[in-house]
Design a protein around this ligand. Structure first.
Ligand code: AMP
Ligand code: MG
Length: 344
């Protein structure tokens, strides 16, 4: 495995490797992707193998030009209403952290879509990612560059530590900006439906195309999106998820880490602990967002979880984010990181 930079020469090398069937991990605005030429079945098989990802979990194909969408997806199979919604979303939110599920064309290998008649497409908002896609084959299958079920990578080091020699090149673009995966929106059925909350909020989508469905994270999902398993994005350290009310009443226990959403929720809790004569060590108390915004919290989420996972503590007690903006995406990741262990 070789680490590359985002210089043009390095991106050219990586693109050439992709064209020859090698795997290249690269930064996007969401998380690092494990890229393979979307038209190369052998390379696709290597992606599943490198991640230990089951073949029933389809890959998102990353493109870097709007006309590639027509090559890979059959928009004529949509109702006129959904076709117009797709056009609005791609015009307004691409490039960006929004993945669209659309009827697929036969040029997309079944391996990439796990045999589904639909394909997941995204146009990432990252110059190095776009350059890499354009200089390779115009379409890269790129799931998050982590081992299946584990924390998503938001730095080159996270990819290196998890995938090591399973990947041929990693392009180092520093920490990713958005920090959580794309929102996955299904446009292939009757009503647009959010299959995975992510970097684009439900509100931003609804402002543009009207009401969308969101079955939610915790309900027994119908498994409409095959990869959305209950346990996912998991640190090695056990993690429990608590509502703001529940974590406020939770006493500090030695050996645990408390991860609050913001100083506004941490401070009253700290004051209460002190009042009861308990002084939690500062290095055991963390906040996801100093500013209290869900945007900053999302950007910090996986980076912090990677860091906390190295501390060798017995448990991470995490507080839910407020349910607006990127809050649902954060809570989805925390919920799955907890393996559905909901704390008191
Ligand atoms: P990841 O590659 O880790 O970002 O996960 C991509 C997710 O996108 C998968 O786990 C699926 O849940 C979803 N996905 C990809 N393709 C499809 C599809 N054709 N239909 C529904 N969901 C999809
Ligand atoms: Mg993933």
């Amino acid at each position: 495995m070789e680490i590359l930079s985002t210089t043009e020469a390095d991106i050219r090398r990586a693109a050439e490797a992709l064209r020859r069937g090698f795997l290249v991990a690269f930064p996007t605005e969401t998380v690092y992707g494990l890229g393979a030429d979307a038209f190369n079945q052998t390379a696709l098989a290597c992606v599943f193998a490198a991640k230990g990802r089951p073949r029933f979990d389809p890959l998102i194909i990353h493109i870097a030009a709007l006309d590639t969408l027509d090559r890979l997806a059959d928009l004529s199979a949509l109702t006129p209403d959904l076709r117009e919604k797709a056009a609005i979303l791609t015009a307004r939110l691409w490039p960006g952290p929004l993945t669209l599920i659309l009827p697929k064309r036969s040029v997309v290998p079944d391996l990439a879509t796990s045999g589904l008649p639909t394909v997941a497409l995204r146009f990432p908002d990252h110059p190095a990612a776009q350059e890499l896609i354009r200089l390779s084959t115009g379409a890269l299958a790129a799931p998050s560059a982590n081992l299946f079920g584990r924390l998503s990578p938001v730095r080159m080091e996270h990819v290196r530590d998890q995938l090591g020699e399973q990947v041929d090149f990693i392009i180092d673009g520093g920490r990713t900006a958005v920090g959580v995966e794309s929102t996955v929106l299904d446009l292939s059925g009757g009503i647009p439906c959010i299959l995975r909350p992510g970097g684009v909020s439900r509100g931003s989508i609804e402002t543009l195309i009207g009401a969308v469905e969101f079955p939610g994270t915790s309900g027994e999902s119908k498994l409409v999106s095959p990869g959305l398993l209950k346990s996912h994005y998991a640190p090695w350290t056990p993690l429990t998820l608590h509502s703001p009310e529940a974590i406020a009443a939770l006493p500090y226990t030695a050996g645990e880490i408390f991860l609050f959403f913001s100083p506004a929720t941490r401070n009253p809790w700290l004051a209460e602990q002190t009042r009861q004569g308990v002084v939690p060590p500062p290095e055991r108390i963390w906040v996801l967002s100093d500013s209290g915004t869900t945007l900053a919290a999302a950007a910090n989420l996986f980076d912090l979880l990677h860091e906390l996972d190295y501390l060798g503590v017995s448990c991470i007690r995490a507080e839910e984010a407020p349910p607006m903006e990127l809050g649902p995406a954060i809570n989805d990741r925390l919920f799955r990181a907890s393996g559905s262990i909901r704390g008191a």
